[in-house]
Design a protein around this ligand. Structure first.
Ligand code: COS
Length: 385
């Protein structure tokens, strides 16, 4: 299938694919088992100049957008959906700066992210603020030239491993969603520590950890955009990074499909390879259809966002739902095709099934995505009346 990628996009995709096949696939199971954070793989990605594919050239990046970021995420995730998250989670932590940072903030933080010297993370979720993002309790109080942060963020991807954090906190509780603000917080700031490290079902090479703020003082100039803009910073960021989750799901699905197809040509039962049975052929065909449909929607959504389109929430949510539901279905079917072997840890598909599950949950559950899609559809119809 021709995906109408430019020569540069093809080069990026091929480079990421080479890293996935040669450096990630051989260690994916080991990293999963040990829950080891992939600093060494990130160094390889950085040395290949891929860390800044979505960052402007003037800050040391390659000047691409969401599509370039997603192509890298897709290929890395084909080999390991956990290892790829060190890269993808950094994208999530970086987009608030790309979208809302002033020149000084961009010049200070983006070059180190583009070179791969520093990782980033995004701190929105809390114990009582999951789907209800407006439930954030962490506070930021202005005191002279500093904001004082107090509260705990939960389930933060790259937590403890990243150096740069974009954090949403409440600056005026009486204003509801309009009372939040977004901040850049650097690791090693006094009063900023890391709490519980999660023991997860999948994406185990990724670190998921609490961020704890205890009278953590940060300079006033670390405020992103304006006070009161924090909820919008978070929503506009997620609109642009949900296709990245979709790309992660797409990569995981492709990896599982490749393994299932290969196995079906090798496994002999009743005197024939199982690929000669129609029951297996139809499963493989359905998996391939779902993957192709997801890829087309993901790439098209990325292009729509990169074109500068204003209304992107619906498309972004659709890509995330489609690709993550596909990943869950395809990885489950891949385990089924491998049968008893599929259920064993020696084969890669049981890990892929575990890794796929999170893509239906994080950066907004698929139930929240469907809410967003339905509300946008209704809004569009109302605006035509
Ligand atoms: N872009 C720009 N503005 C947006 C927006 C978007 N995508 N989504 C909402 N807003 C604005 C609204 O227009 C509204 O502005 P006004 O104050 O001017 O009316 C404001 O933000 C509040 O929006 P809304 O009333 O829709 O907020 P809700 O509290 O009802 O929450 C959902 C909306 C459910 C969509 C939001 O909470 C959400 O996305 N939840 C999932 C969070 C998530 O993804 N968590 C994962 C964490 S990161 S791994």
């Amino acid at each position: 299938m021709e995906y109408f990628l430019t020569e540069e996009q093809l080069m990026i995709k091929e480079l990421a694919a080479k890293i996935a096949d040669e450096k990630i696939a051989p260690v994916a199971l080991q990293y999963d088992e040990e829950g080891k954070f992939p600093h060494d793989i990130m160094k390889i990605i950085a040395d290949s100049d891929l860390c800044g594919v979505y960052i402007e050239e003037k800050y040391g990046g390659l000047g691409g957008g969401i599509l370039e970021m997603s192509l890298v995420v897709e290929e890395l995730s084909r080999a390991c959906g956990g290892i790829s998250l060190a890269f993808a989670g950094t994208g999530l932590g970086t987009f608030p700066i790309i979208l809302f940072g002033n020149e000084e903030q961009k010049a200070k933080y983006l070059p180190d992210i583009a070179s791969g010297k520093k990782l980033a993370a995004f701190g929105l979720t809390e114990a009582n603020a999951g789907s209800d993002a407006a439930g954030v309790q962490t506070t930021a109080q202005l005191d002279g030239d500093e904001y004082v942060l107090n509260g705990t963020k939960q389930w933060i991807t790259n937590g403890g491993e990243a150096e740069i954090y974009t954090v949403i906190a409440c600056t005026n509780r009486s204003k509801g969603a309009r009372g939040f603000s977004a901040f850049i917080v650097e690791k090693d700031t006094p009063g900023f520590t890391f709490g519980k490290k999660e023991n997860k079902m999948g994406i185990r090479a990724s670190c998921t950890r609490e961020l704890v703020f205890d009278n953590c003082r940060i300079p006033k100039k670390n405020l992103l955009a304006k006070e009161g803009m924090g909820f919008i910073v978070a929503m506009k960021t997620l609109d642009r990074t949900r296709p990245g989750v979709a790309a992660q799901a797409l990569g995981i699905a492709q990896g599982a499909f490749d393994a299932a197809l290969k196995y079906s040509r090798e496994r002999v039962q009743f005197g024939q390879t199982i690929s000669s049975f129609q029951a297996i052929q139809h499963m493989l065909a359905d998996m391939a259809i779902q993957i192709e449909a997801s890829r087309c929607l993901v790439y098209q959504t990325c292009r729509h966002i990169d074109s500068g389109a204003k209304n992107i929430s619906r498309e972004s949510a659709m890509a995330k739902v489609m690709a993550s539901d596909t990943a869950m279905k395809v990885t489950t079917d891949a385990v089924q095709i491998l049968g008893g072997y599929g259920y064993m840890k020696e084969y890669p598909v049981e890990k892929m099934m575990r890794d796929a599950k999170i893509t239906q949950i994080y950066e907004g559950t698929n139930q929240i995505q469907r809410n967003v899609i339905a509300l946008e559809l209704i809004k569009e119809l109302s605006s035509k009346k």
